[in-house]
Write a protein that binds this ligand. Structure first.
Ligand code: 479
Length: 322
């Protein structure tokens, strides 16, 4: 069954979707960069649960334990979580999946305790699900047979309620046409070639680079050559180790940033490239370094400018101006 679920911005860091798991409502972070659906659970220490809604399997009449199944995930930013696994009914908007693998957290890292979300819904490819001894399918993979089209879309406007659409694209959420590019899912991500970028109108090559569409990451993360080229064009910009990234005077004029998704440039407006006050009159950049490697991470700031379509037939990734 097709459906749409509202995504509410939280602290400018993530978008949360109210999700019903075994009759229990949790605010979950939809993450197209991972493939585990995990929730804060009654098995967590009380100190780790504080401030969060959490799932109690014994309160669900439809929960079925998967005896001996475990999960343990580590994200690129060093955060992580682990626990055990069961099956339950998961409802997101108008889409319901019965016997969805629900991963119950027994441990979560400190960033998750301080974040607003009560867990994550992984929407990358099931090939990178961490459940052992048998890998489990994502909500989207399980839902596909009940959808009109095997796709979901992310609509995440800046500082406003957005949505995740399942089974259809909603033309009221974008303008113009959707441009699609083929996805290479061999790493388990919604990944595609991203071999050029522009700072303002100046073109730079990024030979061999790819991009990953990752709604679980807030910012735009690119290789150091691109980040350096961008902030060289911002008066007063510098890397602040205390702030953990590039900052600049809030009064600075910012160039636009464009990057290729397949063969088509996506352009991030200057307004979205100022992530907000770091401290005093210094502002934090929405473009930061991904560190090593040749995978750029296009996070929520990208989706603030573009409606993103994740189509399993192909697979392909499409984007259209919001
Ligand atoms: C916020 C954090 N982001 C990352 O770890 C960067 C994401 C990153 O580098 C990559 C994603 C895919 C291949 S590389 C995060 C935490 C939890 C879930 N999702 C994202």
């Amino acid at each position: 069954q097709d459906g749409s679920a509202t995504a509410v911005p939280s602290d400018g860091v993530e978008y949360l979707v109210s999700t019903v798991v075994g009759g229990q409502t949790l605010d979950l972070d939809f993450d197209t960069g991972s493939a585990d659906l995990w929730v804060f659970s009654s098995q967590l220490a009380a100190s780790s649960r504080s401030g969060h809604a959490y799932y109690t399997s014994s309160k669900s009449s439809t929960y079925k334990a998967l005896s001996g199944y475990t999960w343990d995930i580590s994200y690129a930013d060093g955060s992580g979580a682990s626990g055990n696994v069961g099956l339950d009914t998961v409802q997101i908007g108008g889409t319901t999946v019965t016997n969805q693998a629900v991963e119950l957290a027994k441990t979560v890292s400190s960033t998750f305790v301080s974040d607003a979300s009560d867990g994550l819904v992984g929407l990358a490819f099931s090939s990178i699900n961490t459940v052992s001894p048998q890998q489990q399918s994502t909500f989207f993979d399980n839902a596909q047979s009940s959808l009109d089209s095997p796709l979901f879309a992310a609509y995440l406007p800046f500082n406003a309620d957005g949505a995740y659409d399942f089974g259809y694209t909603d033309s009221s959420k974008y303008t113009g046409s959707i441009t699609y590019t083929s996805v290479d899912s061999s790493n388990g991500f919604w990944e595609y070639p991203s071999t050029s970028y522009k700072v303002g109108s100046t073109v730079h090559s990024l030979s061999g680079y790819t991009g990953i569409s990752d709604t679980g990451t807030t910012l735009i993360l690119m290789g150091d050559s691109a980040v350096t080229a961008y902030y060289n064009q911002v008066s007063g910009a510098s890397y602040s180790s205390s702030q953990g990234g590039y900052i600049f005077p809030c009064s600075a004029t910012l160039p636009t940033l464009s990057f290729k998704i397949g063969s088509t440039y996506a352009t991030i407006p200057a307004s979205l490239l100022n992530f907000g006050t770091a401290s005093g009159s210094s502002c934090f950049g929405s473009l930061q370094s991904v560190g090593s490697g040749s995978q750029n991470i296009y996070g929520d700031v990208f989706f603030n400018a573009y409606y993103g379509v994740f189509d399993a037939s192909g697979p392909s990734f499409g984007f259209a101006t919001i």
